[in-house]
Design a protein around this ligand. Structure first.
Ligand code: PMP
Length: 350
């Protein structure tokens, strides 16, 4: 969900943006008005994430999924070795895409625990010639996260932050590149944010790489090598300002910890609901849990829906339940869910 005030702001300015006579959906991305929108969005994101001038912030398209390809194509040559920690579906996809381009090695795979746990990484697991180590910061489907960053020695870390960006404090300086689709904590689909250390943006990459997939061209053109996802960038800018108004990522993290603890504490004490993710790896954003059987799961989801709580069903590939409690979900929303679980456990059926 998105904050109501952000949606209302967008609604108020939908037809006539700040009195300029046109909608953001209609204006030229080269206009002065739009220039201010994209520049403000970038400046606000830099403030709320403490991103230094050593990094480019790029506003791209193609979803986080396109980064699975762009990263190896821009950062390494065809025969080079790269390392991937496979901790869920998206890191597996990232690994599979990288294999098309380079010698990608899966240094770990959480399959043995059905991805309920993030396997430990030690520096000796990383091939000596690996150009980087790719991790997924938060596994959206399984509800696991890195609560401490892995020790990869002197290797450069790259992180998919799609489902955790702005949800908890994060030190970008420890990474060569981080990226995230906007549709969780940064607004709407259609935009992918890439934060890349400037020295990694090279012009001498394999000429086979299409122009649209080159970071150097996107950086040189201020994310406007072609028409950017203009409305999605505008919405992201509103979300960044909202984060700032809420007191920044630090304050949101506190709220997110409170929200997720309400659920995990209930799950740990319950005899009806079982948490899925290993305690040490629990996500603040996606809380996954199970009921004893399919019938009870369906009955619980129906009861949630009846009380106005939608999307409690787990991802289609794993079943069970998942509460995705991104930044805009208020504490009261989580309290309502816990109440529903309590009532269900008492035998109430609606
Ligand atoms: N990585 C993670 C962690 C995700 O959660 C998702 C989408 N849910 C993706 C990558 C893929 O993102 P997109 O659909 O924007 O390509």
């Amino acid at each position: 969900m998105m904050p109501l005030e952000v949606l209302e702001d967008a609604q108020e300015n939908l037809v006539n943006y700040k009195g300029c006579g046109s909608s953001v959906m209609e204006m030229s991305h080269r206009s002065k008005t739009y220039e201010a929108i994209i520049q403000d969005a970038e400046a606000t994101l830099r403030r709320i994430m403490n991103i230094s001038d050593e990094y480019y912030v790029l506003f791209l398209q193609g979803g986080a999924s396109l980064q699975f390809s762009m990263i190896p194509m821009n950062l390494v040559g065809r025969g080079d070795t790269t390392a991937y920690a496979v901790t869920g579906q998206f890191s597996k996809k990232a690994y599979n895409e990288a294999k098309r381009w380079c010698n990608a090695v899966a240094i770990t795979d959480g399959k043995a625990t059905n991805y309920a746990e993030i396997p430990e990484i030690t520096p000796d697991m990383v091939p000596a010639d690996a150009k980087y180590v790719h991790i997924c910061g938060n596994n959206t489907i399984f509800g696991t996260t890195y609560n401490t960053l892995p020790d990869v020695g002197d290797k450069m870390l790259i992180c998919d932050l799609s489902s955790t960006i702005l949800g908890k404090e994060f030190d970008v300086n420890r990474f060569g590149l981080v990226y995230a689709g906007a549709q969780k904590n940064m607004g709407i689909a259609g935009l992918t944010v890439v934060i890349i250390r400037k020295d990694l943006v090279r012009e001498d990459i394999d000429p086979i790489v299409p122009s649209m997939l080159r970071y150097d061209l996107m950086a040189k053109n201020g994310s406007m090598y072609n028409t950017p996802p203009a409305f999605a960038i505008y919405m992201a800018g509103l979300m960044f300002s909202w984060v700032e108004k809420m007191g920044g990522v630090k304050e949101l993290e506190k709220i997110n910890r409170k929200k997720s603890s309400l659920l995990y504490d209930y799950l740990d004490a319950s005899s009806m609901f079982t948490p899925v993710a290993a305690k040490k790896d629990r996500s603040l954003m996606n809380v996954t849990f199970r009921l004893p059987d399919e019938d009870l799961t369906a009955a619980f989801i129906k009861m949630c829906t009846g009380r106005g709580m939608i999307n409690v069903k787990g991802h289609r590939s794993v079943g069970g339940c998942r509460a995705s409690i991104y930044n805009a979900m208020p504490v009261e929303g989580v309290e309502k869910l816990v109440q529903c679980m309590t009532d269900f456990e008492k035998g109430i059926r609606e």
